[in-house]
Design a protein around this ligand. Structure first.
Ligand SMILES: *[C@@H]1O[C@H](CO)[C@@H](O)[C@H](O)[C@H]1NC(C)=O
Ligand SMILES: *[C@@H]1O[C@H](CO)[C@@H](O)[C@H](O)[C@H]1NC(C)=O
Ligand SMILES: *[C@@H]1O[C@H](CO)[C@@H](O)[C@H](O)[C@H]1NC(C)=O
Ligand SMILES: *[C@@H]1O[C@H](CO)[C@@H](O)[C@H](O)[C@H]1NC(C)=O
Length: 956
């Protein structure tokens, strides 16, 4: 859901923000052209003076090299440079003010990596060199001398409200990241701007700042891949251009230059190295990978129940039903609409879902209705946790329910307040006993924002803009009986024949199981250094800036320079939300409980709400993995939450760029579980677009169909072709569910991505570098969706390698060229990559609970060298601390298939089939239980191999 634009409502514009804005000569809607028109030619740069060596790097002093230019604020006369080789693969370079006044991200929000870690410069794979006058620096590879980052010829500008650093790049570089954005995965390098400033961005406009802030980029070369992360939460324009040599420049409105350089040398290594900095992403519950359905505008509990019933009737697996803000009383958080969603009926709905082994999720927004007494507001006032203006008064904005206050996540009492709201409301009596959580509007979005449309106070503004609108008329019951639901949800209709199609009589939750945990075999050294719960520790101590905390900031330090312009700063970033920083959000001059100004920490709001909500979900159900789906994110938030891509539109272009977005989050930013609204949120979808999207969406890790209140209904059962596409897509998804669960576990343990751009598998094949209409699901399944409207064919790229068709298993030899295939509207192209062993369930199921009772079909897809390997992770699917886990490794070599690893978790099912692909001739010896398919060159062995111990067999 989204903020409407209220810039010019004719009420008169009378704020200082706009007065400043007029002075800059902008139209009132656009942020102006500071980025393009800036003139830094009079800036003197800095000169390095003293230098101290340390065991793992050095410090230097920097001094302004001439008269201050004061272009966008005041030049800082003195700076310090800290270079530290933290690990052999990671270098930390920090340029900051000498007295630690300039704002830095607090350690609690972003625990710094590398505490206690250090590396001798001679062991580092990266090398830092600088010139003293003017100060410039390079980062290069130690072994080859290849320069990766190079500010030569470009003067550093470090002002109170503007920091500028520019690096020279090779021609036509392959750059990825700097999100959140909806642009091509490989970034444009001509006059291309990546503004970073979290924002409610309905329709996901290309080229603009969207909901999240991820100031990290990967640069891929045939000689290797490296990464550059700038740990900074201030607004910025990253600008990439080739008009004067190829360059990338940072234009940042505050904070310090806090860079982490990652050496790679491969793209997956950069992902792993970034995960060491941003923290490993959390593990997701197995059921969370099932299919989810939502719509804004489901009018009452009967309609929600009916959708669930309709999915069962249509034979389309539905794992989880969702409800948007419709369930709330007048859109107020932590309430139920007593007439449309009465507690008793909502709880009957949730109990029924649970009996059917399905799940329920609702939305919570941060903004709390403030115009009258209510529990969430009153307890928030009592705990004094709402965001305030500089004068100490509580800030009031307008969101869905009308006038609202916003929790201040920096206040020490906020977590307890938030926990208590969750415990009290989501208790299965007062409100629904939710299985997971959806958080939205946390940029934070706000309808009443600078420049204010006149002096209207929040209440009046809300009234004029229909916040909240009148709810829909109350109904006594559903339009038709709902099969599978109790009488209470049938209204006055006659009882229905309850066909419990999905019922299994038991609640699928394994709550309260043992807390024991044997660390994964794969965790060290094979899969890196993860391990349950180890990812989140903010460890302390060690060297950084000569201090004992990670950031180097003392208690009263790094709170930000005084006397700054917080609404419309001297350098205004290219904020798609309007002329000021406060467009579509809370005022950026608010002051948090710890003294930080919203101007500096705005980009952290959604990530902090994410962590707090993760903790509150844990407080409710301490033993199971919390699943929280958020809209706004910051670097590192993947340790606590998963992400959906916000308010997209039901358009083909949006269907296409969703792949770029999935790859950004899963493979670059460390959010393995990610998905965009399938069939599109805003606008009306067509049956064929929705069909294509159902199949593509089956390969997003988070799979949810969701539509806007004004959009037509788009549940998959609405059109035959879409229903068929959903059945096909979900069937493949569910057969591959354990394969993906294993990939997500590997990402949780090591940072290796569960979704992969093509070049991650083919880093030497230049044709793959820009491909973002195809991708690897896990590292073995190539997904090649149809991308054109009304088309039943697709032209897709196959690298020089061997592949095998999903379904038939027939080999397809790729030749490093595009191939055309016919694909009906309800199907999608999926190929096994040669060299893979893929553990599949023998068939799909209506719920993931049922799926877990299916046996396995282990599919061996030999590579060009005739061998293959794969992995399978098994656990109970949801406990935070696993009593037992299995980490199974499959390999196939010289005709022999083997299974090794650890087998402590008993999944209660066995390998029922082993399928060997690419078998050119029928086996000469009779093999018991074997079938040979000569047309598809496939050997299928029916067997019964327990998944509780080692096994090997000769297959060829
Ligand atoms: C630190 O330096 C900044 C700018 O150079 C100055 O405004 C500020 O007053 C200094 N703070 C302290 C505590 O000395
Ligand atoms: C990159 O942007 C430039 C300038 O806007 C445009 O002319 C060019 O077509 C874009 N390149 C690609 C590959 O999209
Ligand atoms: C670069 O892009 C901006 C924003 O789209 C535009 O205003 C400017 O004219 C472009 N500059 C050049 C040199 O094309
Ligand atoms: C979507 O369809 C509905 C119902 O036909 C219509 O009222 C609405 O205007 C349509 N929306 C768009 C964006 O076309």
């Amino acid at each position: 859901m989204f903020v409407k634009k209220f810039w010019l409502t004719g009420l008169g514009l009378a704020t200082s923000a706009l007065a400043q804005d007029d002075a800059k000569g902008t139209s009132g809607e656009s942020p102006g052209d500071d980025l393009y028109a800036k003139d830094l030619s009079s800036c003197p740069g800095y000169v390095a003076t003293k230098q101290w060596e340390t065991r793992s790097g050095f410090y230097a002093d920097l001094e302004l090299a001439g008269e201050a230019c004061n272009v966008f604020g005041i030049d800082l006369p003195q700076l310090k440079l800290e270079v530290e080789y933290e690990t052999a693969d990671r270098m930390h370079v920090k340029i900051l003010d000498t007295n630690n006044t300039v704002y830095q991200i607090p350690d609690e929000v972003f625990p710094r990596p590398g505490q206690g870690q250090w590396c001798s410069p001679k062991d580092s794979k990266l090398k830092f060199d600088y010139q003293a006058d003017p100060f410039t620096f390079t980062v290069s590879r130690s072994d080859t001398g290849e320069v990766l980052f190079d500010t030569t010829g470009n003067k550093l500008v470090f002002e109170s409200q503007y920091v500028h650093l520019k690096t020279n790049l090779p021609q036509n570089p392959h750059l990825y990241g700097l999100g959140e954005h909806s642009d091509p995965f490989m970034l444009n390098t001509t006059n291309y701007t990546r503004p970073i400033w979290t924002r409610d961005a309905f329709g996901l406009p290309n080229g603009e700042n969207l909901y999240g802030a991820h100031p990290v980029y990967f640069e891929h070369r045939k000689t290797g891949t490296h990464g550059v992360f700038l740990l900074n939460s201030n607004g910025m324009d990253v600008y990439i251009d080739d008009s004067n040599g190829q360059t990338l420049e940072y234009n940042i409105i505050g904070g310090v230059l806090d860079f982490y350089f990652m050496a790679g040398p491969g793209p997956r290594e950069v992902s792993m190295q970034y995960a060491e900095i941003a923290k490993l992403p959390l593990m997701t519950p197995y059921w969370g990978l099932g299919f989810h359905q939502c719509k804004y505008g489901y009018r009452d509990v009967y309609q929600v129940a009916a959708v669930v019933g309709n999915y069962s009737e249509a034979g389309i697996p539905l794992e989880t039903m969702w409800t948007d803000i419709d369930y709330m009383e007048l859109r107020r958080v932590f309430t139920l609409d007593p007439e449309r969603f009465p507690a008793e009926l909502v709880n009957d709905l949730v109990d029924t879902l649970h009996e059917r082994n399905q799940h329920y999720i609702v939305m919570v927004d941060p903004a709390v209705w403030s115009a009258g007494p209510n529990k969430a507001r009153d307890e928030g006032l009592e705990a004094d946790i709402f965001m305030k203006r500089a004068n100490g008064s509580i800030y009031e904005g307008v969101v869905w329910p009308g006038p609202t206050y916003f929790p201040d996540w920096f206040d020490e009492a906020t977590q307890e307040y938030w926990n208590q709201q969750f415990l009290d409301f989501f208790d299965g009596v007062t409100g629904p006993d939710i299985d997971a959580l959806w958080i939205d509007m946390n940029e934070p979005a706000n309808f009443l924002n600078r420049p204010y449309p006149g002096p209207a106070p929040p209440a009046e503004f809300a009234e004029e803009n229909d916040n909240p609108p009148d709810p829909p008329p109350v109904r006594d019951g559903p339009d038709a009986p709902i099969p599978g639901f109790p009488q209470s949800l049938q209204g006055d209709l006659a009882p229905v024949d309850v066909k419990k199609r999905q019922a299994h009589g038991g609640h699928g939750h394994g709550r309260g199981r043992g807390r024991g945990h044997s660390p994964g075999r794969w965790s060290k050294p094979h899969w890196g250094q993860g391990g349950w719960g180890k990812g989140n520790n903010g460890r302390h101590g060690g060297w950084q800036n000569g201090k004992q905390s990670g950031s180097g900031c003392g208690t009263d330090e790094c709170k930000g320079l005084p006397n700054r312009e917080y609404i419309l700063p001297p350098y205004m970033i290219q904020n798609g939300a309007g002329p000021t920083l406060a467009g579509s959000t809370a005022d950026t001059d608010l002051v948090h409980a710890n003294g930080l100004v919203e101007y500096d920490v705005h980009n952290l709001y959604g990530a902090m709400m994410s962590s707090a909500s993760h903790n509150s979900m844990l407080a409710r159900r301490p033993d199971v993995r919390p699943l929280v789906i958020t809209r706004s994110t910051f670097a590192g938030a993947g340790k606590d939450v998963s992400h959906w891509l916000g308010d997209n539109l039901s358009e083909w272009a949006q269907y296409r760029f969703q792949i770029s977005q999935l790859l950004q989050f899963a493979s670059l930013y460390q959010f393995p579980v990610v998905g965009g609204d399938i069939c599109g949120f805003g606008g009306n979808v067509t049956s064929t677009l929705c069909a294509r999207w159902a199949t593509l969406g089956s390969f997003s890790t988070f799979m949810r169909n969701h539509a806007d209140i004004d959009s037509i209904y788009q549940e998959f059962y609405r059109w035959p072709v879409t229903a068929s596409a959903a059945r096909n897509g979900i069937s493949i998804r569910y057969q591959l569910l354990d394969y993906m669960y294993t990939a997500i576990y590997q990402q949780n343990q090591t940072g290796t991505p569960c979704l992969n751009p093509m070049f991650f598998n083919y880093p030497q094949d230049e044709n793959t570098f820009a491909i973002d209409y195809q991708f690897f699901y896990g590292d073995s399944m190539l997904i090649s969706p149809v991308t054109e409207e009304n088309s039943t064919s697709v032209s897709f790229y196959l690298p020089d390698d061997i592949f095998y068709d999903w379904g038939s298993g027939k080999p397809v030899r790729g030749e490093g060229a595009y191939v055309v295939a016919e694909v009906p509207f309800d199907e999608i192209l999926v190929h096994y990559k040669g060299g893979s062993i893929v553990p599949q369930r023998v068939e799909s199921a209506m719920t993931t609970y049922d799926l877990r009772n299916k046996g396995f079909n282990v599919v061996i897809a030999p590579g060009l060298d005739g061998s293959a390997s794969g992995t399978l992770y098994l656990d109970d699917g949801e406990s935070l601390a696993q009593e037992a886990i299995s980490e199974i490794e499959f390999s196939y070599k010289d005709g022999e298939f083997s299974m090794t690893g650890s087998f402590d978790y008993d999944a209660g099912v066995s390998v029922e089939t082993i399928t060997l692909l690419g078998v050119e001739k029928a086996p000469s010896d009779e093999m018991e239980g074997a079938e040979y398919d000569s047309e598809n060159q496939k050997l299928v062995l029916h067997t019964d191999v327990p998944l509780t111990g080692k096994f090997s067999t000769k297959l060829a």
